[in-house]
Write a protein that binds this ligand. Structure first.
Ligand code: 6PG
Length: 480
């Protein structure tokens, strides 16, 4: 029998959809699931695609069915199940074969797994796949990390299944070991920031301007035709429009305001902190999700403290204020992406990956959750200036930061005065204000550090003097 080009283990929704996508693009694929019933059902429901599928009931049969060197995608629950499956596969696979983890793994685990397989002759690819269930089935964005040789083996299949932006496939090899999973993690960190900022703007529309879900939906619908055109704005329009079939009320009004999180946003923030690269919009978004989950505490606090600020926003020109909201969201987005890309640039040096910034922007233009027109603009900016210190100093984005500065400032001010929380938008503004100011205030922090810890400081005039003197203030304070 003709050998399969690739294999896949784990036929839950994401795995099944990815397998069907691979088969549909004309690639023969062997599939295996720990419980064989699932394999039977999957195969029975595959319709016309059955001809490209090789359902296997044992790992021996599965391995035998794939053309060596065998690429084997594993789509199992993140964490221990991945390590257990790798340990099992070591006994079945041969040198040169490639285990591909397509789940949302922590890139540090991916590096460990990659290194752990080195003595076996097997190799490992950590593959970030974005686009949810639909993306997996019809075209995800794919971020690959592993050896270049292993990438060459899987490139044709992955290129065939990836989403396309115009004609460009949204898949790329980004570097060795954990590069793909790292980039996927930052994608998710940006996804968190994007979603949080959209929710903050929704909060201003709902609580500041008193708009109904349907009215908010209409606004997002309009914005989706402009600069903010993106998947997340599009689905925001859709979810705000949907009504609950039981009560007839807007569905969004019936949902508990406590957001879940599986960890990728948090990993982005942690890695940013580890490297000393500010990712304040991402951090604010992660913290906002955590704070949202303190539902009972928030309700109790509202009773004790009351709602702050002036409550409603009453702009003199409502249409102009709504236009400001659109531009403020664009500004916040610029901050989040600038930070995400800066984190990747630093990680690239720290982990020796040479992450290609224009390529990353390119493969996020379609298929993934943060796909947008905006990413095409980032692609152009980084293509023209691949080593830019920061996205916001590239000519096109510098202009955008200047153009959206007024709206962002007005929106954050209005929200602050009305007591409406906008932590991610405000952190983006704080980031711009700090990043663009040549003379900051850390001179005082340096002086304080030197005062209490003799940590030393550099002088602007270059005079070789690295400590105080600080006078008698300390003695007076201690004696007080
Ligand atoms: C994607 C998504 C996907 C998933 C996240 C959501 O790119 O397709 O990011 O990976 O939806 O796991 O994560 P949270 O549950 O943390 O929001």
């Amino acid at each position: 029998m003709e050998k399969a080009e690739i294999g896949l283990i784990g036929l839950a929704v994401m795995g099944s959809n990815l397998a069907l996508n691979i088969a549909e693009k004309g690639n023969r694929i062997a599939v295996f699931n720990r419980s064989p019933d699932k394999t039977d059902t999957f195969y029975a429901e595959a319709g016309d695609l059955q001809g490209k599928l090789v359902p296997c009931k044992s790992l021996e049969e599965f391995v035998e069915a794939i053309r060596p060197p065998r690429p084997v995608i594993i789509m199992v629950k993140a964490g221990d199940p991945v390590d257990e499956l790798i340990a099992t596969l070591r006994d079945y696979l041969s040198p040169g074969d490639i285990i591909i983890d397509a789940g949302n793994a922590n890139f540090r685990d991916t590096i460990r797994r990659f290194e752990g397989l080195e003595d076996s002759g097997l190799t490992f690819i950590g593959m970030g796949v974005s686009g949810g269930e639909e993306g997996a089935r019809h075209g995800p964005s794919i971020m690959v990390g592993g050896t270049e040789e292993s990438w060459k083996r899987v490139e044709p299949v992955l290129t065939s299944i990836a989403a396309k932006f115009k004609d460009d496939p949204c898949v790329a090899w980004l570097g060795e070991n954990g590069a793909g999973h790292f980039v996927k993690t930052i994608h998710n960190g940006i996804e968190y920031a994007d979603m949080q900022m959209i929710a903050e703007i929704y909060g201003i529309l709902r609580d500041g301007l008193g708009m109904s879900a349907a009215e908010c939906s209409e606004i997002f619908g309009k914005w989706n035709e402009g600069r903010l055109n993106s998947y997340l704005i599009e689905i925001s329009e859709a979810v705000l429009k949907a009504n609950d079939p039981i009560s007839g009320k807007p569905m969004v009004d019936l949902i508990v305001d406590a957001a879940g999180q599986k960890g990728t946003g948090k990993w982005s923030a942690i890695e940013a902190q580890n490297m000393g690269v500010p990712a304040t919009a991402i951090e604010a978004a992660v913290a906002a999700r955590s704070l949202s989950s303190f539902k009972t505490q928030r309700e109790a606090a509202e009773k004790i403290l009351g709602l702050p600020g002036q409550g409603a926003i009453n702009p003199t020109d409502k249409a102009a204020f709504i236009a400001d909201l659109e531009m403020a969201l664009l500004a916040g987005k610029i901050g989040a992406y600038a930070q995400g890309f800066a984190v990747m640039a630093e990680a690239s040096k720290e982990f020796g990956w040479s992450l290609p910034m224009p390529v990353i922007a390119k493969i996020w233009r379609a298929g993934c959750i943060i796909r947008s027109q905006f990413l095409d603009e980032i692609t152009s900016a980084f293509t023209a200036m691949p080593d830019a210190a920061n996205l916001i100093v590239t000519p096109a984005f510098a202009t955008m930061v200047k153009d959206t500065d007024g709206p962002l400032r007005r929106v954050v001010s209005a929200a602050v005065m009305s007591g409406l929380p906008v932590p991610a938008l405000a952190s983006a503004l704080g980031y711009f204000d700090s990043y663009r100011r040549g003379r900051g205030t850390a001179n005082l922090i340096q002086a304080q550090r030197d005062f209490f810890g003799a940590h030393g400081f550099d002088r602007l005039d270059g005079v070789d003097k690295h400590h105080g003197p600080w006078g008698s203030g300390l003695a007076d304070f201690q004696n007080a």
